[in-house]
Design a protein around this ligand. Structure first.
Ligand code: ZN
Length: 313
């Protein structure tokens, strides 16, 4: 830095799927304790409703565990409504590809099944329901939305503004992590030029806090080194670009019986802490820095992304 001061390197852990999808309280507690011991506060993206009539604001025991996690320094944000079948549009191509390579055909089937529901007014209804349940449960509104499997159409972001939310975390900087999940290590997939690795205005009204990638999904011992290499390469590139490292991982993976996801993440966090001297923070704290003006947000400009809305191209 020319002014002699070191840039602040922000690192935000986010954990998807607790609540309506992964209902086990012990899994949430294990993951909260893991990141607590790492000194890395996490934002849990919580699903308000799920199978068996599960609903967040009626789950006293679950909420007590979530509140204990918040006392440890973590926070809770919103992960869609039901996490079910193209709730807010189709999935990004790299997520469709987890079910097989013919992503165009998968998009066609998704449209056939749910395309008539991909409307701004219906998104507003779903978001209001989700926010209402969240507010009943926590006594406050969520600040950030992430949709299940990053289901999205452009109308979603108008609906987000309609319900008075300002932040989403709904796009991926480096889809290469999903190639690795599918054992495609020889891929030439790289960073999405349409997703800057830092907070930016996605529309005139909505700020995106993009995730860099997922490195710890369905881990086996053989996958640890290549996945860690990708994570460390991204870590270096994010800070070279003066960005914010938002990690995405999944509660069912980090909280699995086997230790391999935790091993990758432990080693990543150790390098972040010791070599990069990062400042760990959750989404609530990141947003406080944005709102105080400490962390500037890139202005709106039309961006063409491959890591978000997928229309078959
Ligand atoms: Zn999810």
């Amino acid at each position: 830095m020319t002014d002699g001061s070191e840039a602040k390197r922000r690192f935000v852990v986010t954990v998807d799927d607790p609540g309506g999808l992964i209902q086990e309280i012990s899994t949430l507690q294990l993951v909260a304790d893991f990141f607590g011991e790492e000194g890395a506060p996490a934002s849990f993206f919580v699903i308000p409703r799920g199978e068996g009539g599960w609903q967040l604001d009626r789950q006293e025991e679950w909420l007590a565990a979530a509140q204990k996690a918040e006392q440890q320094g973590h926070d809770c944000q919103l992960h869609g409504l039901d996490h079910w079948r193209y709730e807010f549009g189709p999935y990004p191509a790299f997520i469709f590809a987890m079910g097989g390579e013919d992503t165009g055909e998968r998009l066609r089937l998704a449209r056939e099944e749910s395309g008539h529901l991909w409307r701004r007014d219906l998104y507003v209804e779903k978001l209001e329901t989700a926010i209402g349940i969240f507010e009943n449960a926590f006594g406050r509104r969520p600040q950030v939305l992430r949709t299940g499997a990053l289901s999205q159409t452009p109308e979603l972001y108008d609906a987000v503004a309609d319900v008075g939310m300002r932040y989403v975390s709904n796009m991926i900087v480096n889809p290469r992590g999903w190639e690795y999940i599918g054992d495609r290590y020889e891929t030439d997939v790289d960073w999405d030029a349409g997703v800057p690795p830092r907070p930016y205005y996605l529309t005139e009204d909505v700020i995106n806090l993009p995730m860099i990638s997922e490195y710890a999904w369905k881990m086996t011992p053989e996958k640890i080194e290549p996945h860690l290499d990708l994570a460390l390469d991204d870590l270096r590139r994010v800070y070279e670009a003066d960005g914010v490292f938002v990690l995405v991982c999944h509660v069912q993976e980090v909280g699995a019986d086997h230790p391999y996801s935790r091993e990758v993440l432990h080693r990543l966090l150790e390098v972040a802490r010791e070599q990069y001297e990062v400042t760990f923070m959750n989404m609530r704290e990141l947003i406080a820095e944005i709102e105080s003006g400490e962390l500037p947000v890139l202005e709106y400009e039309p961006r063409i992304t491959e890591g978000g809305y997928y229309d078959g191209d």
